[in-house]
Design a protein around this ligand. Structure first.
Ligand code: EPZ
Length: 417
């Protein structure tokens, strides 16, 4: 296994180019099988989850070719195959194969998802949607079995605002007979990205990005070409790293609106921010004020940025309170930060963070965003070398991380553990 070695204390300087959104890519790839001809995806991030998804589609008989940041998927000869095991078990978001296969073939057998382990990740709302569309869904020996004689449009109210359930139901509903309405839908930009792809394939989806999405089912969809939106979580992670190291970094190829909750909180604590059309400059300052942060569904502060933000808040003067109202127990990074001298107390859904300098230590990434938090923490430490194990988690969400950080002046390298 590999580990990341970080000799910190150097302000990040320069420009970083943000890649396509991971959480779009791993929904767009399964969505492609709803078309009867080739789908081309541009601005694809080079991540392990994306590679796993191309393996899954090839297992079903799709032709997948990948050149640089472009993936070409020809699903015309795809067949319906049960997938109780194999690559579907390698990532959490393999659940999107349920909606895609149900939409295409009216049946699917998918092994329960794996992926991040910061807390149990239920899919009851996904199943509620599929059943409303006319599918029978059973859980047999750790695999979800779905079958529908026919998919009929329905009105579905999500009890929980769920990104995955919103996208998964949208996938199946595009091939259902009649119209579907999803109420209390999630509004994340990645949902709009998937709806944009599906509409380019000939679907009729209105309201993506609002709490009510209307889908007119179609009997057939065709291939198209689509460019994936920039990864707002990757961009936010670099913004936080620039602030934490008191650097000066231009984060390029972003949609600033997708980052407005983070930008507002950084400005509140005293970070310098310059917003341009497709980039954001972050200018670090010596002194930061402590603030309170609430991680909420979009457009609130992203839960995926709460652990990186925790590392930054250790650099503020005074006590900050960071609460996560999306996940109740996403604080596995806290004990690892404590090993670096952080003074953080977890109470229920909140982390109470006392500003305090960190020191180098050997720490372990437990999920991809916790890993990013530990890297940022290591970048603030000028004495000694911080070692971060669990790099395989970090590689799931951040392509070219070491290259990008080194180009920004960081002294970071990979080493066999
Ligand atoms: C997506 O996960 C992202 N993953 C997560 O990013 C992100 O943290 C999350 O959305 C919230 O923004 C992908 O897009 C692949 P949810 P998802 O369904 O769809 C509960 C990362 O770091 N819930 O919006 O699984 C659930 O327990 C990853 O890139 C149910 O109760 O999240 C959670 O508390 C981590 N029943 C809340 O809803 C369900 O059927 C939000 O989950 C589904 C979800």
């Amino acid at each position: 296994m590999e580990k990341l070695m970080i000799s910190g204390g150097r302000p990040l300087q320069g420009t970083v180019n943000i890649s396509g959104a991971k959480n779009s890519a791993i929904a767009l790839i399964p969505a492609a099988i709803l078309a009867e001809s080739e789908v081309i995806l541009d601005n694809l991030p080079l991540l392990s989850d994306v590679a796993v998804y191309s393996e899954i589609l090839e297992e079903l008989g799709a032709t997948v070719s990948w050149e640089g940041n472009q993936m070409r998927i020809d699903p015309s000869h795809i067949i319906s195959l049960p997938m109780p095991n194999g690559p579907v078990k390698k990532l959490r978001a393999s659940y999107y194969m349920m909606g895609a296969l149900l939409g295409r073939f009216k049946e699917a057998v998918i092994g329960l998802p794996g992926g991040c382990n910061f807390e149990p990740r239920p899919i009851d709302q996904h199943i509620k949607g599929f059943e409303a569309l006319g599918a029978t869904v059973t859980n047999e020996h750790g695999s979800i079995h779905l079958h529908a004689k026919e998919l009929k449009g329905a009105k579905i109210y999500l009890d929980v605002v769920s990104v995955g359930a919103t996208i998964n139901i949208m996938l199946a509903a595009t091939r259902a007979k009649g119209s579907t309405i999803i109420e209390n839908a999630a509004k994340e930009p990645e949902i709009i990205d998937v709806a944009t792809l599906l509409n380019s394939m000939g679907a009729s989806i209105k309201g993506a990005g609002t709490e009510t999405i209307r889908i007119e089912g179609k009997s057939e969809l065709r291939g198209c070409r689509h460019s994936i939106i920039p990864d707002r979580i990757q961009a936010g992670t670099y913004m936080i790293a620039a602030a934490a190291t008191r650097g000066n970094v231009l984060i390029d190829n972003v949609i600033p609106k997708h980052l407005e909750a983070l930008t507002a909180k950084l400005i509140e604590m005293g970070v310098g921010i310059e917003e341009l059309d497709e980039s954001i400059r972050v200018i670090g300052k010596e002194k930061y004020e402590s603030i309170d942060v609430k991680a909420l569904v979009y457009p609130g502060f992203a839960t995926d940025l709460q652990s990186p933000m925790t590392s930054l808040l250790t650099q503020a003067n005074g006590v900050s309170v960071l609460s996560d109202f999306v996940y109740s127990n996403r604080f596995k990074h806290v004990p690892e930060l404590a090993r670096m001298g952080a003074k953080i107390r977890v109470e229920g859904r909140s982390a109470i963070i006392e500003g305090h300098p960190l020191n180098a230590a050997k720490v372990k990434a437990t999920d991809l965003r916790a890993g990013a938090a530990l890297v940022i923490a290591g970048l603030t430490v000028s004495e000694g070398v911080t070692e971060v194990t669990g790099v395989e988690f970090i590689d799931r969400g951040y392509d070219h991380l070491v290259t990008n950080l080194r180009e920004l002046g960081a002294d970071v390298w990979r080493q066999n553990d």
